[in-house]
Design a protein around this ligand. Structure first.
Ligand SMILES: [Fe+2]
Length: 219
C-alpha cells in the first residue's frame, strides 16, 4: 500500500468518525469524537505503541461504520435516568434512547481489518466490550464507576463474565493491554477537556497502514 492509498483510507476512517460524531453520543455528555480523542490522548501520554494509540482512537468506530448487522440497543429512557439522574440533560434525550450499536466492537474490528489495520489494532478494538464484561465480573466496584449508559448497554452485551469466563480471559496474551485500553475508554468522558485533534494522528495511521502492507508482502 502506498502513501496515497494509505492517506485515502485514513481520510475515510477519519470522516466516519467525524460524521458519526454529529449524532448524539449514546446518553453521554460529550461528543463521540471528543471521547475518541480523549482516549487516544491518554494512550499517547502513556507512551503506548502506535497500534495501541490507534486502537484507543478508533475503539468505537463500529458505532458508525456501515454494516448490514447494525442494530441499535434501544431502551426506555426511564431505565437510563434510574441509573444516571443527570441523563435528562444529555443532548437528544427522549422517551426512548439508544445506548449504542449491538456488536459495535466486532463491527469496528472487522471494518479496520478489511481496511488493512493490524490484527493487534483489531483485537484491541474488539476487546473493549469483553473487557467491560470481564471487569464487572471480576470486581463489583467497577460497575459502580460506569456511566449510566454504559451500565445499561452492559445488559445488552451479555452482562458480567462468570468466574470461569474471568479466568479464561486472563489467559489472553493481550490481556493487560486490553484492560488498559478499556480504562482509557472509561476515563475519556471529561466535559470540556482540551486534547490534540484528529489530524495529529494522521501520520501515525498512514505509517501504520504502510507498515502492514510491507509486512504482508514480505510474509
Ligand atoms: Fe468508548
Amino acid at each position: 500500500m502506498n502513501d496515497t492509498v494509505s492517506n485515502r483510507i485514513v481520510n475515510s476512517v477519519f470522516q466516519v468518525l467525524v460524521d458519526g460524531s454529529k449524532q448524539n453520543y449514546i446518553g453521554e455528555k460529550i461528543s463521540q469524537l471528543e471521547h475518541s480523542l480523549q482516549a487516544a490522548a491518554q494512550a499517547r501520554e502513556a507512551n503506548a505503541d502506535d497500534e495501541t494509540v490507534l486502537a484507543a482512537l478508533l475503539h468505537d468506530i463500529g458505532q458508525f461504520a456501515t454494516s448490514a448487522d447494525q442494530k441499535q440497543m434501544i431502551c426506555d429512557a426511564s431505565e437510563l435516568t434510574e441509573l444516571d439522574p443527570t441523563a435528562t440533560k444529555t443532548p437528544g434525550y427522549n422517551a426512548t434512547i439508544s445506548v449504542g450499536v449491538t456488536g459495535h466492537e466486532r463491527i469496528g474490528a472487522e471494518y479496520l481489518r478489511k481496511l488493512g489495520f493490524s490484527e493487534k489494532v483489531a483485537q484491541l478494538v474488539e476487546s473493549h466490550v469483553p473487557v467491560k464484561r470481564y471487569l464487572t465480573g471480576k470486581d463489583n466496584t467497577y460497575y459502580d464507576g460506569l456511566s449510566g449508559a454504559s451500565k445499561l448497554s452492559l445488559k445488552y452485551q451479555g452482562g458480567p463474565f462468570t468466574p470461569n469466563q474471568v479466568k479464561a480471559f486472563e489467559q489472553d496474551p493481550l490481556f493487560h493491554l486490553k484492560i488498559q485500553v478499556r480504562k482509557w475508554d472509561d476515563a475519556a468522558k471529561v466535559v470540556g477537556l482540551q486534547v490534540p485533534d484528529l489530524e495529529s494522528y494522521r501520520a501515525m495511521a498512514v505509517k501504520h497502514l504502510m507498515d502492514q502492507a510491507v509486512s504482508v508482502r514480505s510474509a
